[in-house]
Every structure is written in C-alpha cells, then in structure tokens.
Ligand binder design. Structure first.
Ligand code: AMP
Ligand code: ZN
Ligand code: FE
Ligand code: FE
Length: 292
C-alpha cells in the first residue's frame, strides 16, 4: 500500500495548489492520500474525499483509467501539551462537523492575532509592513510563520527562509510568539466527535526524551488518540523501529507521511515513504476497513 497521510498545499504553507499536489501524488502512484494543511480543510472545498485520477488530457478527474488515488480528509491542528506546541493530525473526519468548523475558525483567529504580534516585533526592529506582506503572500491560506519568513526573504532581510527561522521565527526566537492553542486532549476530542482518527505528528521534532514522549503517548491514548507518525519525511530505520515499538506498546497505530511542503524539499518527496516495519499496526488498514 502506497500511502501518504501528511502533506501541505497552498491552503496553508505549501507551495502547490491542491490540483498540483493531487497530480504529483497520482504520478507517484500514491494509493491513499490525506492533505493535512495547518488548521485548514480548504483543499477539500475543491476536491472532496473520494477517488481521483490523472491524465495529461483531462488533468485531475473523478473518473479515469489509471490506478485511482483515494483521498481522505485530513488536517494538521496546532495544539499545546505541557507548554510545548504539538501538531495533531486528524484523518477521515466528517467535514461538516460543527465542532471542527468552530475549532478551525478559532485557530484562524489565533493565527491572525499571532501575526499582529509578530508584526509588532518586526516593526520594533526596523522591518516594517510585515503583516500586510505576510498576508499578501499567504493569500487565502491560513497565516503562518513561513509566510513571514517568505516576506523577509522577499525584502532582502535574509537570503533564505531557513535563515529567517534561524534568526527570527524559529523555536525560542522573538518572532516565535506563544499562542494559546487548544490542548492535545481538546483537539483529540474534537477529531473524535467528527468521527476521525487522530495522530501525533512528527514526534521526533519535539526534542523530547523517550520518557517524555511516552508520557505524551499515554495522555494522547487516554484522551482517545489513535496513532503516532512513525515516519515523517526521512527518518533513520532504527528510529522508525523505536517509534513503532513505542506505538505498539501503547496500543497506538502507526501512521506515516512525507510532510511535503514543496517540490525539491530536502526531506521525503510526496508519496515517497519507506514501507513500515513488519510489526507495525498500520493506520491505513483501519482507514481502508472504514471506507469498505
Ligand atoms: P506555524 O504553524 O505557522 O507556526 O508554522 C509551522 C511551520 O513552519 C512548519 O510546518 C514548517 O513548515 C515551518 N517551520 C517551522 N520551523 C521551521 C524551521 N526552523 N525552518 C523552516 N521551516 C520551519
Ligand atoms: Zn508547515
Ligand atoms: Fe507539523
Ligand atoms: Fe506538516
């Protein structure tokens, strides 16, 4: 099964349109895909969950001859746990859920308020108009730190987004303004109420000790959480195995995703994920059973 359950479009901070992303995923022969934009389900306005095909003649279509791609709903929610920002991926949720809609409206508002505070900081260090600039670059997307990073590159303040994060916007830097995101259990409950499965995204990125990560997994499971992303982008095989073992021990399923944001990114490409270790309990099996 070729699957990718974590990727981004220009509905958040990815660079491809949903159409371009689907085309790329189908070309990579992905069989099961979830688009998981940050705090946004906008991609599904254009492409509702279902089967998609691609041909040079007709582009992305709902009927075709090639092997189909099954698209399920997804979203990467920003959440907080013990003062740390944790990303929780929700999969196969009811898109009409009022609880999810309310959560997303609040997340968008929090992102705008954070953007105002980021801009106040940049004003103070002599980098003006960053809110207008970031919003222009974001367009209809949920506003994120990467849009500020792109503005800084555009203005010649730094020569790469990476440097923008390193100097201004990354963990612990002044532009990394704290947000009162909902807690991990709160997000899990909302995903649950929408009939979805919830996944702890990229567990390695939080720089937790093993003990702390297991504590997060325990509280996540306790709240009704379903899976851990045992592969996010490129990961060494021993790390994948450790995460699978931790998930199994905690009664959690294994999920995987590229966290694709743009073509040419240094980690895994869309749909190009190594297969899961033999002892993994893959989340796609559950997702497939649900749709059968
Ligand atoms: P936000 O949700 O707006 O706080 O932005 C989070 C996104 O910023 C992540 O999904 C990455 O795409 C990007 N990001 C976070 N940290 C870095 C970093 N150090 N370098 C480059 N991009 C980053
Ligand atoms: Zn992102
Ligand atoms: Fe993330
Ligand atoms: Fe992501």
């Amino acid at each position: 099964m070729k699957f990718d359950l974590h990727c981004h479009t220009n509905c958040s901070d990815g660079t491809l349109t949903p159409e371009q992303l689907l085309k790329r995923a189908i070309s990579a022969e992905t069989e099961l895909l979830a688009i998981t934009d940050h705090d946004s389900l906008a991609a599904y306005d254009v492409y509702p969950p279902g089967q998609y095909f691609f041909s040079e003649e007709h582009g992305v279509t709902e009927e075709g001859e090639s092997a189909p791609l099954q698209l399920i709903s997804g979203c990467e929610f920003s959440a907080i746990w013990n003062g740390v920002v944790i990303h929780v991926v929700g999969l196969d949720m009811d898109l009409e859920s009022p609880e999810v809609k309310e959560l997303l409206a609040n997340q968008v508002q929090r992102r705008i308020e954070r953007g105002e505070r980021i801009a106040t900081y940049f004003d103070g260090v002599g980098i003006p108009n960053s809110l207008a600039g970031a919003r222009r670059i974001a367009g209809d997307a949920t506003l994120g730190r990467p849009h500020f990073a792109r503005y800084l590159v555009e203005q010649g303040v730094v020569d790469s987004e990476k440097k923008a994060f390193k100097k201004y916007l990354g963990k612990g830097k002044p532009g990394d303004i704290k947000v009162k995101w909902p807690t991990v259990p709160e997000v899990v409950k909302i995903i649950d109420s929408a009939g979805g499965l919830s996944v702890i995204a990229h567990p390695v990125k939080y720089d937790f000790t093993r003990t702390k990560l297991l504590r997060l997994a325990d509280e996540f499971k306790e709240a009704g959480g379903d899976a851990i992303e045992v592969i996010s982008g490129k990961q060494p095989p021993n790390e994948i195995q450790q995460l699978v073992d931790a998930a199994n021990q905690r009664g959690l399923l294994s999920s995987a995703g590229s966290d694709f944001h743009r073509p040419g990114q240094p980690w895994a490409d869309l749909g190009k994920i190594p297969s899961l270790p033999n002892n993994a309990q893959p989340i796609w099996q559950v997702l497939q059973d649900r749709s059968a």
